[in-house]
Design a protein around this ligand. Structure first.
Ligand SMILES: O=C(O)C[C@@H](O)[C@H](O)C(=O)CO
Length: 272
């Protein structure tokens, strides 16, 4: 099994709270990005005290109430399935704060982490505040919801975005990377991909590869899997008949998404 492909590994950590993924710097090749997926039954609560990390809590599905013990955002979350393709609500919580997520309905929540040393205000990122983009043409069409883009100064390190790729299409394509701390040309950002497919028995292929091929893995990715991108290009191919959803978390030394397309494939963008 690839070291970059994480299968769901469900553990009930407290009554009604199931940890589905738990990616940390201790158990993965990622240093800047951490990621969890938590399922909650109605009324169940998940509590966490953050150390030197900030967290973006994304209500993937279902309704939740989120509190940092000073402010509370009640009944947030907008969808029963990510494939409703509408933006959802999220909450940014800064380092050294405690937060509580309570499920109002059955809920799946993504917790996106990165290092952070300077406190910022807790913030509700409303669904309607997501920047929506339709990117690409030909067999490269995808819909993007920008939850925490680099133009939004609400976080110190975290970048969070969700992407829907149409059946038979490609995304993160032509292949691009962001693995050199060499601004203004390229930024260094690690990345995680949390994948879902519609219908759920679908699969996608994701290749992660560096210029020197010290990393070169092509993975068959199934519903609920997480792919880790410590470095390199990371295109996704979606078979005919299936739609793809993924949630990306990116972080690195500088909070700028400046990517570099693989020159051999850049002509794909230049087609009329
Ligand atoms: O295909 C897209 O436009 C999505 C990707 O940019 C994805 O968010 C990513 O690879 C970020 O580096």
């Amino acid at each position: 099994m690839s070291k970059l492909l994480c299968k769901p590994n469900t553990t009930e950590i407290s009554s009604g709270v199931t940890l589905v993924h738990d990616v940390t710097s201790e158990n993965s090749p990622l240093e800047y990005v951490g990621f969890k997926v938590v399922d909650l039954t109605p009324g169940a609560t998940y509590t966490e005290e953050l150390g030197k990390v900030e967290c973006c809590i994304v209500a993937l599905t279902g309704k939740i109430t989120v509190s940092d013990q000073e402010v509370t955002f009640e009944n947030i979350g907008t969808r029963e399935s990510v494939f409703e393709k509408i933006p959802t609500d999220s909450v940014y919580v800064s380092n050294e704060r405690k937060f509580v997520v309570e499920a109002v309905s059955q809920a799946r929540v993504a917790l996106c982490y990165s290092q952070s040393y300077q406190q910022l205000p807790t913030k509700l990122i409303k669904a309607e505040d997501n920047g929506i983009e339709n990117r690409g043409k030909y067999s490269n069409k995808r819909l993007v919801h920008n939850i925490l883009p680099d133009s939004d100064p609400s976080a110190n390190s975290l970048l969070v975005v969700e992407v829907f790729t149409e059946s038979g299409n490609w995304s993160s394509y032509p292949p691009h990377k962001h693995d050199q701390d060499n601004l203004p040309h390229e930024s260094f950002l690690e990345e995680s991909y949390y994948h879902e497919m519609n219908p759920r028995q679908g699969f996608v292929f994701q290749r992660v590869y560096t210029d020197d091929r010290s990393i070169d893995e092509t993975m068959t990715v199934e519903n609920g899997d997480v792919v880790l991108v410590p470095a390199g290009y990371h295109p996704v191919a979606v078979p005919d008949g299936y739609e793809s959803y993924y949630l990306n978390v990116m972080a690195g030394p500088t909070r700028i998404w400046k990517f570099h397309n693989e020159p051999a494939h850049e002509w794909i963008l230049e087609r009329k």
